[in-house]
Each structure stands twice: as C-alpha cells, then as structure tokens.
Design a protein around this ligand. Structure first.
Ligand code: GTQ
Ligand code: FE2
Length: 366
C-alpha cells in the first residue's frame, strides 16, 4: 500500500502526463536490446502459392500500385513489417503487366527470384532483371516495373519503411505517367560503373547511394567463387557485401545487402549484432540456428534474424552449395554509433538447439 502522499503525487503526475523514471526504468533503460521482432521463417512453397494466386485474382489497380505481399513478423503486433526497421515482400508481376511509376522517401532494394523479361526503370534508367540480380532504388527516385515477356516475374523487395515511418519521414507521390520515359541506355549504369575499380574521371563520386543500379548475378557468382578459393569468415562463411564502387561503403544509407555461400559441410560459429536482417535462400538447403531455434530452409524461403540474437548457419549437404541473400539495417546502427557485435564464447561457439521451428506448430500456438 502506498502512503497517501505518494498516491497523490503519482496520480497527479499521471493526470499531467508525467512519468517518473524510477517506475519505468526497465523499459527506458534495458540492460540489453529486447527486440519485439522474433526469429521467423516463411516457406517459399507458401509464398509462391500466394503470389501466383494474387496474380490471378488481384489486379494492380485493385491491389494498389504493387502486387507486393509483405512478410508480417508475428512479434510486431500485426504490423506488416519483417523486422522493426525493414519491410520485406514478395512481389509478383504478370506477363505484360506494368506497375506504374511512383516515388517515395523509403529506400528499396530488389532481389530477382524468377522470370524472364521483367524490368524496373529507376529515374529513367531501365534495367532488365534476371534471376540473382540485385537492384537498388534510392530514395525519391521514380520507379516503374514491367514485364515484357510471356512470363510472370517474382522478386523480393526490402525497404526501410518501418524506420522511415518511425522517423516521421515518409513522403510518397504517384507519377502522372504510368511508364517513365527512358533516358539512359539499357543497363547504362553497368556500362559506366560496373567495373568498380575504375570510374568516369570527370564525374564527382556518388556518395549517398551506389551509382550502380544493378549488380548482375554473373558477376556476383564469380566473386563468390573467387573468394571461396581463398578465404571465409568463421561466422558467415563465404560472405560478400555489395558496395558502392565509389566509396566501398554500403549501397544505400539505411540498408546494406550481402550475398553469401555456405559451402557443403560448413557449420559456422554463432555471433550476434545490433542490427536486424532479412534473409532469402537463393539456392540450396541448410539451416540457421537463431536464438536457440533451428530453422531449416530451402530455396526461396525467407527468414529473419532480430537484433542481438545469436545465429549460426549450417549446410549439411555433401556436395551442394547454399547461397543466401540478405538485407540488413546495419548502416543505420553504424552511422548512429550504436553498432555492436559479439561472438558466442560458450560451447566452443555453438548454440544449444532448444527446438526446431515448425511453421504449422508455430502458427497454431500463435
Ligand atoms: O516496388 O515500388 O514491396 O513501393 C513496397 C513498396 C515494393 C515498389 C514494395 C513499394 C514497392
Ligand atoms: Fe515503390
């Protein structure tokens, strides 16, 4: 029982919207991150099924500008966000369909999963996307997508939407023209900047975001194979970060993207970082143990690693490589002086597996 004077003080404070720190200490100053984002995995068998059916049922006019299906992390109270800072979605385009031009201050990346003849035009620069291509869409750049071939197209989007909205910074605009006038040669940025160590001498270096609009799979795969011959990280195996060729830094201010190969037989050690990440399985099968839960994955699956949560990757195959693409919010944490990382030091650096993630069971228990 509180003494009457205390009660009076607290209730007057409450009425005046004043909160004493000593009653809110744990939530104001937690001793370490307490992410609401939970580790989760979405199966490609389900995602691709939804995408195909949405392609049949939902017209782009009815579904809005984009037929993008957001991955809603169950820890985030129904918000359509994959992590606290990242929106991630599977986007589907039917053959000969156009997703009309718009622009927003949210920054976006795309990773092409399947389909031939699809393009995205970013601020007049038209790029055809092939499987494994990684494309960037800097803030406030007009973009429209389309599919010119007889095939549908599907890719993964990641945007900094939750962060942008949290910061009260979102702006969005539709274009009067559905399809932008193309002002550059096809793949012009690849021709100008694609050989990263040489750049047009008379131009100022691009600092805010990469001048390269698309990172082609062929180049990416060659870099992975080359690195695999000489070096690997104990935590991430053969891991490469896509960089802005002018600065060597992440491709955009709020997101960085990685491509990594987990070689056959590799079981990496566990570490954790102050960041959050969305992973997409480009190829192969394997597992990631996240916060003591084993997530088995195969081609197309998408999974999430929350902040400050130990994770380690396994490829138990005898001969097949596994390839993971990821989008991470790390540059935000680094820029603000909040980034930390730590290796697990117990059990030789491996976690104890408490359970295996089973999506049916997880859904049943909510
Ligand atoms: O393709 O322009 O997944 O604006 C979410 C918002 C995709 C896009 C998303 C978008 C887009
Ligand atoms: Fe967009």
């Amino acid at each position: 029982m509180l003494e009457p004077e205390f009660e009076k003080l607290y209730s007057e404070m409450e009425q005046c919207h004043v909160k004493p720190l000593w009653l809110a200490e744990r939530s104001v100053n937690p001793s370490q991150p307490q992410p609401k984002t939970v580790p989760w995995l979405w199966k490609w068998s389900q995602l691709s099924n939804f995408a195909r059916r949405a392609g049949e049922l939902v017209t782009l006019a009815r579904g809005g500008d984009r037929r993008a299906m957001g991955l809603a992390n169950p820890g985030l109270g129904g918000a359509p966000y994959a992590t606290n800072t990242l929106w991630a979605a599977v986007q589907w385009l039917n053959a000969r369909e156009v997703a009309p031009a718009h622009r927003h201050t949210a920054q976006a990346i795309r990773f092409m999963i399947d389909g031939q003849g699809a393009y995205t035009t970013v601020q007049g620069d038209k790029i055809y996307l092939e499987r494994g291509d990684f494309a960037i869409n800097p803030p406030w750049h007009w973009h429209d997508h389309g599919s010119e071939g007889d095939e549908s197209a599907v890719w993964m989007d990641a945007l900094d939407v939750p962060l942008n909205n949290y910061l009260d910074a979102p702006f969005f605009e539709h274009s009067a023209q559905d399809v932008q006038h193309v002002t550059a040669l096809i793949d012009e940025s690849v021709l100008k900047y694609g050989i990263g160590q040489l750049r047009p001498a008379w131009e100022q270096p691009a600092v805010r975001y990469s001048p390269l609009s698309v990172y082609k799979w062929q180049v990416t795969e060659r870099a992975l194979n080359n690195l695999a011959r000489v070096a690997a990280s104990p935590f991430d195996d053969v891991a490469l970060e896509y960089t802005n060729p002018h600065t060597g830094r992440p491709v955009m201010d709020t997101m960085t993207c990685w491509i990594q190969m987990i070689r056959p037989g590799v079981h990496t050690k566990a570490h954790r970082q102050v960041n959050s990440a969305v992973y997409h399985v480009v190829e192969g099968r394997g597992a990631t143990i996240i916060g003591g839960i084993r997530f088995d994955w195969e081609q197309g699956d998408i999974f999430v690693i929350p902040s400050w949560t130990y994770h380690e990757h396994l490829n138990e195959s005898k001969g097949e490589r596994a390839i993971l693409f990821s989008a991470q919010d790390t540059p935000v944490l680094v820029a603000l002086g909040k980034y930390r990382e730590e290796a697990l030091t117990t059990s030789n650096g491996f976690q104890t597996v408490k359970e295996t993630f089973d999506v049916e069971k997880a859904l049943a228990y909510g």
